[in-house]
Ligand binder design. Structure first.
Ligand code: MN
Length: 338
């Protein structure tokens, strides 16, 4: 831990900080004493750097605290640690093959799911996506078909040889969703719902953890750490865009996160270009860019009739567009993996 003290900190404040660090189990050393005073604090014990930092922030003269090294004991990339492959019912994410997950934003009807599943399976998708429980900004908006929607997804998956990924929003529904899904999705709004993260940590079903719309990479990885700490290390990270000042696109798709995460974690990373842009005319280009950046897979919204979709039609592509995109994705994948 590096503790930065304000420039004018007198001797008494420096020594009281050193004392406080010692009480917390840290040995410290003064690094620079010209403009600012930096204390480098190390511990040999099991102290949690985050709790120590939290307590040190209470000192008025402490300006900043940097936690060095990798706080992600389980999801962090340690020397010699192999990259994880996540097994979604026999489909491996993080291996040599690009895995495409596709389907409607929302499960609307049995026919809609079947029609989409048939089309995306034929084009080469391996996993069917679709929301049975939908988080909506307004409480009066459509909230999804619930368990009936889960049944349609499972049925479509069985019929067309696709695995199923679907969102779980409620701790009380985790067991139920596990009965239908091959992979549980944690949505952007729930990335920091720690009770839900702990609950899916108790499952043996793989988890697709979307990035919180305002989450830093560190916060995102700590959310993954929660799931892993519960015992479930089958986690795939999904970049889905972050909030920024520009409203031209729905979100700002942070593709730099893909190679950045490569150097921080062994977990596979996939990208959602649909939510990431909010515009169907940008989905194809950003899908290819994501694969070029090293993504292990994609999550793409496909609807048989995007103009009539209940939700996210503006960012959904149709089955024909999806079918013409797939060979291009394979070509990019082959180019960067060669
Ligand atoms: Mn959607």
């Amino acid at each position: 831990v590096i503790v930065v003290l304000s420039g004018s900190a007198p001797e008494a404040q420096i020594s009281s900080t050193i004392q406080r660090l010692a009480d917390l189990g840290y040995q410290s050393e003064i690094l620079v004493s010209s403009e600012k005073t930096l204390l480098s604090a190390t511990t040999t014990g099991e102290q949690d750097d985050y709790s120590a930092a939290e307590q040190l922030r209470a000192l008025a003269w402490v300006e900043d605290i940097h936690i060095e090294g990798r706080p992600f004991k389980l999801v962090g990339l340690a020397p010699g640690r192999m990259r994880s492959k996540v097994n979604v019912g026999g489909v491996y994410i993080g291996g040599s093959d690009l895995v495409v997950m596709a389907g409607p934003c929302t499960v609307e009807s049995e026919e809609q799911v079947m029609e989409t599943a048939r089309a995306v399976a034929r084009a080469g998708a391996k996993i069917l996506r679709g929301g049975a429980y939908k988080p909506s900004t307004s409480p009066y908006s459509f909230q999804g078909l619930g368990e009936e929607g889960l049944e349609f997804l499972k049925e479509a998956g069985c019929r067309y040889g696709l695995k199923v990924v679907t969102e779980v929003m409620d701790v009380r529904k985790v067991e139920l969703v596990c009965q239908y899904a091959d992979m549980l999705q944690i949505g952007t709004r729930n990335m920091q719902n720690y009770d839900l993260l702990k609950e899916v940590g108790q499952c043996r079903t793989p988890v697709l953890l979307k990035r919180g719309m305002t989450a830093k990479l560190e916060e995102w990885l700590l959310a993954a750490e929660y799931i892993a700490a519960g015992g479930n290390e089958q986690i795939v990270l999904c970049e889905r865009g972050i909030r920024s000042f520009d409203t031209y696109t729905r979100n700002t798709l942070d593709l730099a996160a893909v190679p950045a995460l490569r150097s921080l974690t062994h977990l596979p990373v996939v990208v959602d270009p649909s939510q990431g842009t909010g515009r169907r005319d940008l989905v194809s280009a950003m899908s290819k860019a994501a694969v070029a950046a090293g993504a292990d897979g994609l999550l793409i919204e496909v609807h048989p009739h995007p103009d009539r979709a209940l939700k996210d039609g503006a960012q959904s592509i149709n089955p024909e567009e999806f079918a013409s995109l797939m060979p291009q994705l394979q070509a990019v994948s082959a180019a960067i993996r060669s």
